[in-house]
Design a binder for this molecule. Sequence first.
Ligand code: CP
Length: 326
Amino acid sequence: MSASPKTSPPPPLGKDLVGLEPLSASQIALILDTATPFKEVSTRRIKKVPVLRGKTVVNLFFEPSTRTRLSFDFAEKRLSADTVHVASSDSSVTKGETLVDTARNLEAMQIDMVVLRHWSAGAAAFLAERIPSNVINAGDGAHEHPTQALLDLFTLRDHFGAIEGLKVCILGDILHSRVARSNIYGLAKMGAEVAVCAPRTLLPAGVEDMGARVFRRVGEAVEWADALNVLRLQLERMRGGFVPSLREYNRVFGVTQERLARAPKPLLILHPGPMNRGVEIDSAVADGPHSVILRQVTNGIAVRMAVLYLLAGGAPSAAESEAARA
Ligand code: CP
């Protein structure tokens, strides 16, 4: 990459990616467009381009993760960055060190970017204001998970050809879901119609004000939607009885083949993972012909490559030629 953040014009996304709420539709479209040429890199025998050579990225994870952590790690390595993973469980956080002190020590080791997953809503924005490195939010509490929503948008656009006018229903534990919030912001900005479907206890107050209509029954959602984004119950964030039992939840809100068979057309099925098969989604649906759940995972690497590239000051117009470099 010829440009450096210090000498080039301001990066088109700004310094950090903390959520989709602050982004414009054109910034979201720019990320999706930039991801397209980077997707091809992962299909090569040697999956590497020298775009972020010399950059150091720290993946700082205070919560467990499979997909997001590995996807960022692959994206960084495929862009030739030097990457380090820090988990709170094996760092000095366990001795009481704060997030900011941890990050300042990383800064003292001359890093360039931090990818942060944290249990506290607002942690990524808090850190972004306090360190000069680029900060990317990999999920902060129940606030936002912007790169998950971006890869969901990429997958929808890839399948349908456009996002504008699509009817997308997010179904499940909306209350505790950062994926739902980022998807609602992203879909609405890109011109989709957005709905949510959940038990009353798992709907956040004011969800309609975010631009989503509400369905109380899966049957109504299935009749209306072009695509369902199915979310798991976040039992680890629940204190108290939000649903009578998992069996009861599956009976009333589970996405089953039987329910989908009543839809007027086949629905595209998305799920951010991890799935709880037999609770929010049945295996026949998750593994069925209309599921793009594993395609979402593949697309996640390209989308994260695009975010890293743009935040590092890469020129959007050069993304295609940069991705074509061996
Ligand atoms: N979709 C997602 O964030 O999965 P992980 O928690 O495994 O990263």
